[in-house]
Ligand binder design. Sequence first.
Ligand code: MOS
Length: 764
Amino acid sequence: MAQDDNIYYTRGMEVPETPEPGATPEFWEKTAVVGKPSPRVDGYERLSGTAVYPSDIKLPNMIYGAILRCPHPNARVKKLDAGRARKMPGVRAVITGDSDAAKNLKWRYDDFTTPLFDPHCRFEGEAVAAVAADTPYQARDALAAIHVEYEVLPHLADHDRALDENAPKVHETGNLVGKDEYSRGDVQKGFARADTVVERTYNTQCELHTPMELHGCVANWDGDRLTIWESSQGVYAVQSTISEVLDLPFSRVRVIGHYMGGGFGSKLQPGKYTVLAALLARQAARPVKMILTREETYLSVGNRPASTMHVKAGMRSDGTLTALDFRCTGPSGAYPAGGTSLMDWLVRDLYQCDNVSCRSNDVYINAGPARPFRAPGHPQGSWALEQMIDELAGKTGMDPVDLRLKNIPEISQARGRMPYTTTGLARCIREGAEKFGWKDAVKKARQHNQSNGHVKHGAGMAACLWIAGGGGQPSTVVIRLFRDGSVNLNMGASDIGTGTKTIMALVAAEELGVRPEMIQIEHADTGTTQYATPSGGSKTVPTEAPTVRNAAVEVKRRVLEMASGDLGVPAEDLDYKGAEIVSRSDKDKRIRVTEVSRLKKRGVVVGVGYRGPNPAGKTVNPFGAQFCELEVNQKTGEIRILRFVAAHDSGRVMNRLTYDNQVFGGIVMGIGFGLTEFRQLDARQTGKLCNRNWHDYKLPTALDVPADMESLPIEIDDPEANNTGAKGLGEPVTIPTAPAIANALYMATGIRFTRAPVTPLEVR
Ligand code: MOS
């Protein structure tokens, strides 16, 4: 048994007072472990290779699945013959649209239902058949032996043409997925009042989901019970979809996702591959591993949709914004997938403006469906809005920092003027500018650019908010304190690589006084852990951390009840102090937790925590501002980012180390969006994807990212948000990066780069 000296973080450490039964824990005024830079509790496993990711799972008798995919962006399967494939060496299962296993199954793309194998393939990469064989190579060979005749149909690759009368129709009903409209005030009157009006069209290209770990799973049947190990952001989401598609009771579908190598929104749901793995496993009576190739993920698992945005903005000479008009078109892909979703949110809500009009057209094209992609819609909208603000500042000679500070709203205008629990927008802009040395950087860049050299300098900034990030119900966490003092924390949420488990260990450690490493976490397993919604929307910490805290408080209350018998005083008179329980009225009455006799006898005490409601009538949003300095070589077109300062208000910093990691990762992703990443479809001829690997699809590398990135947390107490004061962080940090770069490029070159990404070819 562990010594309790090793278990307790600090002997006699001041842990927060235990609230009375029924009372909620008070906001932490100060913390002992939460907020400190703390290495990940699973750092050793992650670095040593002992962490078992779904792609690492190997079961006895396991075989390998593979999917035949339509090579055309729009085609009808006329004939399919898998006879030869079935006889190939090592082949254990083959499933086609005619197989009994698949015939009556349906798949849902958002709210659009299709047969699992739809003979009409509306995007390149749509599934046509699936096989499983003893080795992955035999499976690929079998795919090659399936004979398919396609009727190739005209395709649509360009979303700007989708609503043209003569455009090929992706669906018989036409190419419009839906329209979204929003307005407040009167934009015409707003423009009439403006002293300066600017207007421009912006475009962003489609960015592909590129998590390090490929999408996939291992499926295994034990009688009529199915177990799936899936690289996923949410095991319960996988469980519900798979249960529904296969018509199984939820209770017989167990989904495990202990580790996963990145998702960014593309792993919020399972894929057809998960269903196919389960069907193949049933047919072969063997466990099946189905891991997609990079090419397959690029074709089929999602993307940040491209956008065409037309923005018009009006401003009075004192800097007051009088009107914002925003129109956009974005493609969902071949099925409904939120092609324009949240693209206008910053226009609606980031700055004070009485007259706003937004109109979006979500359209179909013949390409893989979009999926949520870190801060869906916001980086696109930010690319347009934040350059527009910069242009207004330039036109009127105002400093872009001052212009933004002039238009800070205290309330959410787009949510019926609902107040924010806290808003750090102004502080992010002001303190970020100070940290960056904004005024000096601008002066230095302008001076430098007066020389004749072809290397120009620029500084730029942009601000943001994220629509979500407050978290909310439901969430349940169970904490067990064993008689040796060690702790088990049970939650359903996935740690998508961001350090969720570590933060939850810190929260439990803070309340219980136990060292974080003595807290064993059980998570992300529908068979053994509590219910949680998928880890996404930057809501995991603000959702789960308060729940963990509530569970820990419940444990403390129960331990106090147990100790009351040993000490002969009522539980209300006792306080949990970490290693010890002490009477409030008589300091001599104390007992070590590990000596409490009922705990010793029973062996364990259990506390259940539930997530409380969010504040009524208020909204919880994170805010931020980023500042960029760069140089651009006008001969080669090379852009070198020199430094970034990122000031973010995400409420309480829960772990300074993983906090900064999220900030740096967000900037890197924003650099990819702004400078390097785009899906290239052969729009003029085949409509097929041209860049299908990490060589042709350029992610930012170490050389594209500045060594000098600074994270400046703007930490504002937010006791109303939840009992930990944490707000979301992961998504807001990628929103303002690209427009900050574009604004710096404008200062360097005098050119307004309206198309993202800005590659060297655009600059030269
Ligand atoms: Mo995020 S796009 O909600 O994983």
